[in-house]
Ligand binder design. Structure first.
Ligand SMILES: *Cc1c(COP(=O)(O)O)cnc(C)c1O
Length: 244
């Protein structure tokens, strides 16, 4: 993708977000776009920043760490004058949590208690509060996320009970199944929205408001079902080269 193509794609995606907001009677600007830059070079991130994009998602910590450390370096910051925000959206191994906490402002892919404990440990050292999303497994294709709602609820209960003072749960995340059957995609998003209601009823002290759902192929459906953050990669940066 050239710089101009990336810019054009962002405009296209933003227009589609705007149309979907309108169609479902939601306020204009209520859905945030997270540009998923995994497998794409720093130059592509900078092209998106130049087009006004502020929030990025990466799923591999090592890659995110090198890319965004450079973006946050004094030299690059001097020239772009803006600090884009990074969310980690991929499943984490415990030994990657330290770097994730150093570089990201939010971890959207919390999928087990062990990861919460590790985020707590690392953020206590960094004297930093970390926003997190609990990821729920709702689609049979992906293996990501808490396997059951009960396991997720237990972690939310621990957060509400003060077990992880440096962790601030702000939302839920999911990936819908990869299918042409729209009803299955919708069911996955509805499941996540219903879980948010349940969490807010059971743990009113936590403010779990965000729903991170919708990717290049299904973000319009996700917005109709209440998404507040869509994670869009391919529609902005093009196909990924997984051989890299
Ligand atoms: C890669 C990825 C995306 C973006 O997917 P596209 O189909 O390229 O838009 C969104 N969410 C997660 C968790 C991902 O890993």
């Amino acid at each position: 993708m050239t710089k101009d193509q990336i810019k054009e794609n962002i405009e296209l995606v933003k227009n589609k977000i705007f149309e979907a907001e309108k169609k479902s009677g939601r306020e204009a600007g209520s859905v945030r776009l997270c540009a998923v830059s995994k497998f794409h070079p720093m130059e592509d991130v900078l092209a998106a920043v130049d087009a006004g994009q502020k929030l990025f998602g990466e799923n591999r910590v090592q890659e995110a760490y090198s890319k965004f450390n450079e973006i946050y370096s004094e030299d690059v910051q001097k020239s772009i004058q803006i600090k884009p925000e990074l969310h980690i959206i991929g499943s984490l191994q415990s030994n990657k949590v330290k770097k994730a906490c150093e570089i990201a402002s939010c971890i959207q892919s919390v999928d087990r208690a062990e990861i919460l404990a590790e985020i707590e440990k690392q953020c206590a050292k960094l004297d930093k509060k970390m926003n997190v999303f609990f990821e729920l497994h709702t689609g049979e294709d992906s293996k990501c996320g808490f396997e059951t709602e009960d396991l997720l609820l237990k972690s939310a209960e621990d957060c509400a009970g003060g077990k992880y003072p440096h962790v601030c749960p702000v939302g839920l995340m999911t990936m819908a199944p990869f299918t042409d059957d729209e009803s299955l995609i919708r069911a996955s998003f509805i499941k996540l929205r219903n879980l948010r209601e349940k969490l807010n009823a059971e743990f009113p002290s936590l403010a779990i408001n965000e729903l991170s759902m919708g990717m290049s192929g299904d973000f319009q459906i996700a917005i109709e079902e209440g998404s507040s953050i869509v994670r869009v990669g391919t529609a902005i940066f093009g196909e990924r080269d997984y051989s890299k």
